[in-house]
Ligand binder design. Structure first.
Ligand SMILES: Cc1ncc(COP(=O)(O)O)c(C=O)c1O
Length: 501
């Protein structure tokens, strides 16, 4: 067995913007590329390196896990951790060295491109509310009444911060339903969650700020933030939601944390009260901002909806984001942000510079929809309908897949996650399987696509499927059989590839 070669001297720079575990990872990759560490070499023990670097053991462990996931290191139980014996030449050749040296200026990994499921309405699309159950007649009556009214407010340039009566309705609704205390001046109407993020970043972010992002987390937001040059620090999610201690260990001074506390996207867990308090405490001490994405909390099937994280925010550190995409329909393109009190004026100023607002006609119709009680009635009906539809789909997938998958019946939201169990040939490639399902006419998304690195070992494999539009048991059974065929076709390809390798 090879020994630890010339005790590796790794140096970290505490003034560098990159988190320490990433710096450690990059130093190892550079040492491998430069030939200082060779395939089969044993690397220092966790505790030893942590002492040498005067950092926490957990930080070194995080770096090692990342290197294992990426294939640079192998853990061999009690024998220790080694440089992979099967490193491709591309990693260790001189050409790779140059690339590595350049790459040695720590950069955070770019996320996987978001799965492109376009704007079609194929079955099982996650995040799409029941389009068959939207009260279209009521809606068209309200829109047409507004259009006919001759109200000049619906014809002139819209107010960039949002139509005042809708901002008032939203503030009242949030106070009553989500425990969020705010005034209409803090509410800004936007054209979707990414537009909300843009307003937040323009108001509060500096170039290359670092941000905690849930791992796995909402893929469209991840891609948007990475594109906006936000340096994303993946923070694991477990059964209690975001692992705040891990976030602090990896990057204690991140400027933002982007979270889905009510119903984690995509795993569906709820951030526990203890973690909520810890997260708020961290943000207060670090002077950081928490962006709460409360996208589908209105739909909860077990117990009462939990109040928003913002309702516990005593230090004005939480920026609350909501949307009408789930509770009404996404084609409306109306969502909103509640700015922190101390930043509301800045948000208001920025909306004037950055967008031309959303049509008042639709904002006014939404305000009427809420004021006349249709909103509360629609939500009540949808809660009952979705509770039923989630059972239909969960049961049908369980029946079609048997013990190949596990599904926890979601306690809220409009999608479920089916996790694939590893078979004889290891875990199935869920990206390839989801692509097959899409070819067969379904709009499911691979679970691993929600991770920063879909190929990472810690990435769970499975599918994320929306249940809101599954009309009945027959449809659920048919869709599940189509899914199963895609799964079988992918398993067969994988096992014949394994045999011929
Ligand atoms: C996690 C998450 N956040 C926010 C949204 C809302 O996005 P938008 O308001 O742009 O429709 C969605 C929609 O699917 C989502 O899944």
């Amino acid at each position: 067995m090879s020994k630890v070669q010339n005790p590796l001297t790794i140096e970290i720079d505490r003034h560098e913007a990159s988190p320490i575990y990433l710096q450690i990872g990059e130093r190892f990759k550079a040492a491998i590329a430069a030939g200082h560490l060779k395939p089969g070499d044993r690397v220092p023990a966790l505790r030893g390196l942590a002492t040498q670097l005067n950092t926490a053991r957990g930080t070194v462990e995080m770096a090692y896990n990342m290197l294992v996931d990426e294939g640079y290191l192998q853990m061999r139980g009690a024998a220790g951790t080694f440089v992979s014996s099967s490193l491709p030449g591309a990693v260790t050749t001189p050409a790779a060295r140059k690339t590595r040296e350049r790459a040695n200026a720590p950069r955070l990994k770019r996320p996987e491109p978001a799965a492109d499921i376009g704007n079609d309405v194929k079955p099982l699309r996650p995040g799409l509310p029941a389009l068959d159950a939207f009260p279209r007649k009521v809606w068209s009556r309200l829109v047409s009444a507004r259009a006919k009214s001759g109200d000049l407010a619906t014809l002139t340039y819209p107010e960039p911060s949002g139509y005042r009566p809708l901002r008032e309705r939203i503030a009242t609704y949030l106070g009553l339903s989500r425990g969020v205390e705010c005034v209409p001046e803090q509410v800004f109407v936007t054209n979707g969650y990414r537009a909300s993020l843009e307003l937040i970043l323009r108001s509060l972010a500096k170039p290359e700020d670092r941000a905690w992002f849930e791992e796995p987390g909402y893929l469209l937001a991840r891609a948007f933030l990475a594109d906006a040059n936000m340096r994303l620090v993946p923070v694991p999610v477990d059964h209690e939601g975001l692992d705040v201690d891990a976030g602090i260990a990896h990057c204690h001074d991140a400027r933002f944390a982007f979270v889905t506390p009510s119903h984690q996207s995509p795993l569906g867990v709820t951030l526990s009260l203890a973690r909520r308090m810890k997260l708020l405490d961290w943000a207060s001490r670090a002077g950081s901002w928490i962006v709460e994405d409360d996208y589908d909390s209105e739909f909860r099937y077990v117990g009462r909806p939990l109040p928003a994280l913002k309702s516990l925010d005593r230090d004005d550190r939480v920026i609350y984001c909501g949307t009408f995409s789930k509770v009404l329909f996404p084609g409306l393109r109306l969502s909103y942000v509640v700015a922190p009190e101390r930043a509301a004026a800045r948000f208001g100023q920025l909306t004037k510079n950055m967008n031309a607002g959303s049509p008042h006609l639709y904002q006014a119709a939404v305000a009427d929809f809420i004021a006349q009680g249709h909103f509360a009635r629609h939500l009540k009906r949808m809660r009952a309908l979705y509770a039923e539809r989630r059972m239909l789909l969960a049961n049908a997938i369980r029946k079609a897949f048997g013990d190949r998958v596990s599904i926890d019946l979601p306690t809220g939201g409009m999608h479920l996650v089916a996790i694939f169990h590893a078979g004889r040939d290891g875990p199935i490639d869920d990206m390839a399987m989801a692509a097959r399902a899409r070819e067969a006419g379904l709009a499911v998304i691979a679970l691993s696509a929600w991770y920063l690195n879909a190929r990472a070992k810690h990435a769970l494999r499975g599918i994320v499927a929306g249940f809101a539009n599954v009309a009945d048991a027959d449809e659920a059974a048919g869709l599940s059989r189509t899914l199963r065929r895609a799964y079988d076709a992918q398993s067969m390809t994988a096992s014949s590839d394994a045999k011929s390798a």
